[in-house]
Design a protein around this ligand. Structure first.
Ligand code: SAH
Length: 357
């Protein structure tokens, strides 16, 4: 048993079963025993590897898309260059290096990292060296200014609620206790206004997930983009609509039972991009774009070839394998998707096609 499991069992004994959102929040963010509190989850030594940790090209290409868009919008100054959920700071470091030679871009940028964990803030400080950066606790603290924001594998880490369709109502997946261990159970069926819009496209037995924390965060970001201009690039795994049970635990780069070791495994769920798009109103969103296609449009083939020219042996092999991992449909190429929010009356940023209106 992990140190967190008896605490969760006691909470269930006292106040009843937990929603998945409550369970995930305990597992990820418990101040003493939570996963993000106690682990350095990223990289080969951690439990999972993200796109910026796989290759510098990911941040370089997204950074150049942001910088080109900033030029296209007439070089607004000052502006906020922000990232939410920056992990080790690798993505922002690659963005800053790639954009250093775009005239005026760094001078106009105020770099803001939205990160709650003090340990990760220190990690980001170390990665970004001397570059001037400020930290914010939440999207609500972002300056009122043009905003160019990145979110990679952030929304998948937010707690979800999960529902199974009944005849005309929904049963919620709960975490309860059985024989002294954690176990899943379904609540009694009840109608739920939150899911009225899913009655038309689901049948009894279908599972859908809702991420209550995502909409307010997107709304804060969209309000700044609508008022001052800019864009937000959201990259994550998921689809246009939530469908099926996507709660997943990762431990040592392998899938694990989400209830087996609370606090010791990373817990994530697929992102429902349609819900993000709804929460972005009045900002329009781009077409939902597979990561591989986005990186190809932004020039990964040429960038990869240029980097390959300087490499030999195992360094060359690992560079070519990283390119493949980021773009191939059998790897991250289609599972991961990107969505761009932009201001009403402006086109989406480079790499993205306009969404349906
Ligand atoms: N974007 C990084 C790391 C993704 S992991 C990468 O691509 O490598 C998720 C990140 O979101 C971590 O930095 C974690 O500390 C942060 N995070 C998770 N929940 C959060 C919350 N509720 N508020 C702010 N940051 C959060």
């Amino acid at each position: 048993m992990t140190p967190l499991e008896p605490l969760i069992l006691r909470r269930i004994a006292t106040t009843g079963p937990l929603s998945l959102a409550e369970y995930m929040a305990e597992c990820l963010l418990h101040p003493e025993h939570g996963y993000y509190t106690t682990h350095e989850p990223f990289g080969t030594a951690g439990d999972f590897t993200t796109a910026p940790e796989i290759s510098q090209m990911f941040g370089e290409l997204l950074g150049l898309s942001l910088a080109q868009y900033w030029l296209d919008l007439g070089r607004p100054a000052p502006f906020t260059l922000a990232e939410i959920g920056p992990g080790r700071g690798t993505l922002m470091a690659d963005v800053l290096r790639a954009t250093a030679r775009v005239p005026g871009f760094h001078a106009a940028a105020q770099v803001v990292l939205i990160e709650a964990s003090p340990a990760l803030r220190a990690r980001q400080r170390a990665t970004l060296g001397q570059h001037p950066v400020t930290w914010a606790n939440s999207a609500a603290d972002l300056p009122q200014a043009p905003l160019f924001l990145l979110a990679n594998e952030f929304f998948d880490a937010l707690p979800i609620r999960q529902f199974t369709r009944d005849a005309a109502g929904w049963r919620e997946t709960m975490v309860t206790a059985r024989d002294g261990r954690l176990a899943f159970a379904l609540s009694a069926p009840a109608p739920l206004a939150l899911l009225d819009h899913r009655l038309a496209d689901t049948r009894p037995g279908d599972v859908v997930e809702v991420c209550p924390a995502a909409a307010p965060i997107i709304a804060e970001i969209a309000a700044r983009i609508a008022a001052h201009g800019g864009t937000a690039l959201v990259v994550d795994y998921g689809g246009w609509q939530s469908r099926g049970d996507t709660l997943q635990a990762l431990q040592d780069h392998a899938y694990a039972d989400p209830l087996a070791d609370p606090g010791a495994a990373d817990l994530t769920a697929h992102v429902d991009f349609q819900a993000l798009a709804h929460a972005a109103a009045p900002c329009p969103v781009s077409a939902l774009t597979p990561q591989g296609l986005l990186l190809e449009r932004l020039g990964i083939a040429a960038r990869s070839a240029a980097l390959a020219q300087r490499l030999t042996g195992t360094a060359l092999a690992s560079h070519l394998s990283a390119t493949h991992r980021l773009t191939d449909p059998s790897e991250m190429g289609t599972l991961f998707k990107a969505l761009a929010l932009h201001a009403p009356g402006t086109p989406p940023p480079p790499g993205f096609a306009a969404g349906q209106t």
